[in-house]
Design a protein around this ligand. Structure first.
Ligand SMILES: C[S@@+](CC[C@H](N)C(=O)[O-])C[C@H]1O[C@@H](n2cnc3c(N)ncnc32)[C@H](O)[C@@H]1O
Ligand SMILES: [Zn+2]
Length: 263
């Protein structure tokens, strides 16, 4: 039994040979790559919501080169061994989702949800996790069904987090640390403000935080270009991007991992 619910009537969705269906016969076909499209048209605010294709591809290329493997290691360490249901909100092209899944029992169900179809399509191909196109503001997932929710650099709604997590479940939020890509930001802005401290979502209390910092050295060429391309300030770099990519880049990565439990 899967934890997906119908985005139209909220009834459980049951798997069939074509995809998923609820008791009111709302049917959602399985895409060729294996994901489900569970975003009702009226929840789509733009024609191509979520990250742009170029940014997605840059993210996939950079992440697959494992520059952020210390973050993967730290996240795996925070997964309770008994985790049977995990949801990754804003999973993008699925790098963290699939690495987290690899740390769990084969019987565990891992869900990845993102509003950007291009990302979900890349994530789902050939994988055993369950992926869906949906909004993190109205998630098509059953109440209190998740042992762990991860949210890595993505938005969501507090009430949805509280609705989905089991009573003793764990919420893991990753945000940039104050010194994340400091050298790059120093180059771009006269006055750099540290990333703000994350606030506990309503209905949650902070259990633990971990600040993780490591050196990031990318070689000249496409990997440096991918790093620069996937940052939110890529658009400011248009002229210097090629120059920086030609020499490579040295900076620091810093993440804040916040672990919360329900009040
Ligand atoms: C910076 S990316 C991070 C992706 C992934 N967690 C990772 O670290 O590789 C942010 C992601 O949030 C997604 N996103 C933005 N708004 C969303 C929403 N309302 N619902 C679901 N996903 C959303 C974007 O499409 C994008 O894939
Ligand atoms: Zn339905």
């Amino acid at each position: 039994m899967l934890c997906f619910i119908c985005p139209l009537c909220r009834e459980p969705l049951i798997e069939n040979s074509h995809g998923l269906a609820c008791s009111r016969r709302h049917q959602f076909d399985r895409a060729r790559e294996g994901y489900f499209h569970l975003l009702p048209v009226h929840h789509k605010n733009s024609r191509q919501p979520g990250d742009a294709k170029l940014q997605l591809q840059a993210r996939r290329q950079f992440l697959n080169a494992n520059f952020f493997s210390p973050l993967v290691g730290a996240l795996k360490h925070h997964l309770p061994a008994s985790t049977q249901h995990l949801l990754d909100i804003g999973c993008g092209e699925g790098y963290f989702t699939r690495h987290l899944a690899s740390a769990l029992d084969a019987s565990a169900q891992v869900y990845g949800i993102d509003i950007a179809k291009d990302g979900v399509r890349l994530a789902a191909k050939g994988r055993r996790e369950f992926y869906a196109v949906a909004s993190s503001y109205a998630l098509p997932i059953a109440d209190h069904s998740m042992d762990v929710i991860t949210r890595i650099y993505a938005p969501s709604k507090d009430s949805e987090l509280a609705r989905l997590l089991k009573k003793d479940g764990r919420l893991i939020i990753v945000t940039p640390g104050p010194n994340h890509l400091l050298r790059l930001r120093q180059q771009l802005y006269q006055d750099i403000r540290p990333h703000p401290e994350p606030q506990a979502p309503e209905g949650f209390i902070l259990q633990e935080t971990q600040q993780l910092r490591f050196e990031l050295i990318t070689p000249a060429g496409s990997l440096t270009e991918a790093l620069l391309q996937m940052t939110p300030f890529a658009w400011r770099l248009t002229e210097s991007l090629a120059e920086m990519a030609a020499t490579g880049w040295q900076d620091q990565a810093e993440f804040r991992i916040s672990l919360y439990r329900r009040v």
